[in-house]
Ligand binder design. Structure first.
Ligand code: UD1
Ligand code: CA
Length: 464
């Protein structure tokens, strides 16, 4: 049977006053992505092709950040969740069938939960299927009222509830699946005669139930699902919970996470089995790390592709490609465009930018390599600097294979150093060096016999 198309609505027009921010609430990041993007991905994972985001406060910022894999509906003034949902009617006019609906501030919603909710909705043929939770402390949430047969018939907001109703522990999560047509038929009839003077989406339940439609519910036991973010502390708690979920997935897939409290891994990171992540490590962006590699401690890797069997120790890597069996650190700074071949060794206090290092290159200490190409097997001595910038333009340094650059060498680009060339330590190299040649560019050493002894004697007699 062909699955019925499912639509999706994310309500994200609210101001989020308690965030104390100029940014709309849904744009605040949790684990490297805007909250709304997490929810949108969960929806897409449940089969929604193009979720409709209802925007209001900071509408432009939201649409710009989220891009065109979403449709947008504007709620210019915020008159409640029911009013917000109605704004999505035009965007969904062509849709007939189920529509998933979520708030924009619950970033831990998973596609699995939404898939389950949708499946239950389709299976039962209900007009609405609501996700509910049973909480020890339901304060602040809408409470679920059921009739004698156990069917949900009404949701009462905390502010409108009697003491009896406030004692109900089953709450509305604001995650629903509706029959699209019934939803949009019902919304215009909502009234705002309640404590907040708002059009409540929750009132759709009572309207549908009283006109004989079937309301279903799915009780979710994972309370993380409705972990709502209203202030920055809840944002931090949601980030911690989501990070823990990501770490757990990696661990169960064969990654060693030495310290789950102090390890942060973004949602788009790919870790192969037998990767080890040491404490105080952040891996983010579109990063892949090959099997058997060891990352950390005290390391940050962003948007990088690390091969298998690599070691990255106390280093910072951004936009880097690292071949199999290479190692870097401690204290290496590998910047965008650093491309390391296999078995490359980058040691302490080395910075590499926009440069290719072929296999078996060794840059072990205190060096800057920028806008360069280094051939295989070449050794770069301690304190080598490529002078790639003249204050106006960047210039390239090309170093051949199996060359040897002595310590404390200054390579003034543009410059070419041939295969097998040898640069004497302490040289300032300004001219190209052919293959297999030796270049020395420093003052010639003078040795004056007995000079120091004479000098000391003179100083001593001056002072006596
Ligand atoms: C809502 C539910 C409550 C439920 C709770 C779960 C209603 C009336 N109440 O309350 O039963 O227990 O969620 O978290 O639905 N929004 C708009 N436009 C508006 C108002 C809100 O887009 O005019 C958006 C907000 O940006 C937010 C979402 O809707 O993402 C929920 O709004 P919020 O004000 O947080 O509802 P709650 O009071 O939490
Ligand atoms: Ca809320």
């Amino acid at each position: 049977m062909q699955a019925q198309p499912v639509a999706g609505i994310i309500l994200a027009a609210g101001k989020g006053t308690r965030m104390k921010s100029d940014m709309p609430k849904g744009l605040h990041h949790v684990c490297g992505l805007p909250m709304v993007e997490h929810i949108g991905r969960a929806m897409k994972g449940a089969g929604v092709e193009r979720p409709v985001v209802v925007v209001g406060h900071g509408a432009e910022l939201l649409t710009e950040a989220l891009g065109d894999s979403y449709a947008y509906a504007l709620q210019a003034e915020q008159h409640g969740t029911g009013h917000a949902t109605l704004m999505a009617r035009d965007a969904l006019s062509a849709h007939d069938g189920p529509v998933l609906l979520t708030p924009g501030d619950t970033p831990l919603i998973s596609s699995r939960a939404l898939t389950e909710l949708l499946a239950r909705h389709v299976e039962t043929g209900a007009a609405c299927t609501m996700a509910t939770c049973i909480l020890d402390d339901p304060t602040g949430y809408g409470r679920i009222l059921r009739n004698a047969t156990g069917m949900p018939v009404r949701v009462v907001e905390e502010k409108d509830a009697s003491d009896d109703i406030r004692r109900i522990k089953e709450v509305c999560t604001s995650i629903y699946c509706f029959d699209s047509q019934l939803l949009f038929e019902t919304l215009p009839s909502l009234r705002n005669e309640n404590a907040q003077g708002e059009y409540y989406l929750t009132d759709v339940i009572a309207t549908l139930a009283s006109s004989g439609h079937r309301i279903e519910s799915a009780i979710f036991h994972d309370q993380e699902l409705l972990m709502g973010v209203n202030d920055r502390w809840q944002l931090a708690e949601a980030a911690a919970a989501l990070n823990r979920r990501i770490l757990r997935q990696h661990a169960l897939a064969g990654v060693t996470i030495a310290d789950p409290i102090n390890t942060f891994i973004g949602p788009d990171v790919v870790l192969e089995p037998d990767v080890t992540v040491e404490p105080m490590t952040v891996i983010d962006g579109k990063t892949r790390i090959g099997s058997g590699s060891r990352i950390g401690p005290n390391t940050r890797v962003v948007n990088s592709d690390i091969g298998s069997g690599c070691t990255v120790l106390m280093s910072h890597l951004s936009g880097v490609k690292m071949g199999e069996g290479s190692r870097c650190g401690p204290f290496a700074n590998l910047r965008p465009g650093a491309v390391l071949g296999e078995h490359v060794k980058v040691g302490n206090f080395v910075e590499i930018k926009n440069s290719e290092l072929e296999e078996d290159v060794s840059v072990s200490h205190l060096t800057y390599i920028g806008d360069s190409h280094v051939g295989s097997g070449t050794n770069i001595g301690a304190g080598t600097i490529t002078c790639n910038y003249d204050g106006f333009t960047k210039h390239r340094t090309e170093i051949g294979k199996n060359a040897f650059v002595g310590s404390n060498t200054t390579l003034v680009a543009p410059l070419q150093i041939g295969d097998g060339a040898l640069i004497a330590a302490g040289s300032v190299v300004t001219k190209d060096v052919p293959a297999d040649a030796m270049a020395v560019g420093r003052a010639k050493q003078e040795v004056k016999e007995e000079w120091a002894a004479h000098w000391r004697r003179r100083k001593q007699s001056d002072n006596s």
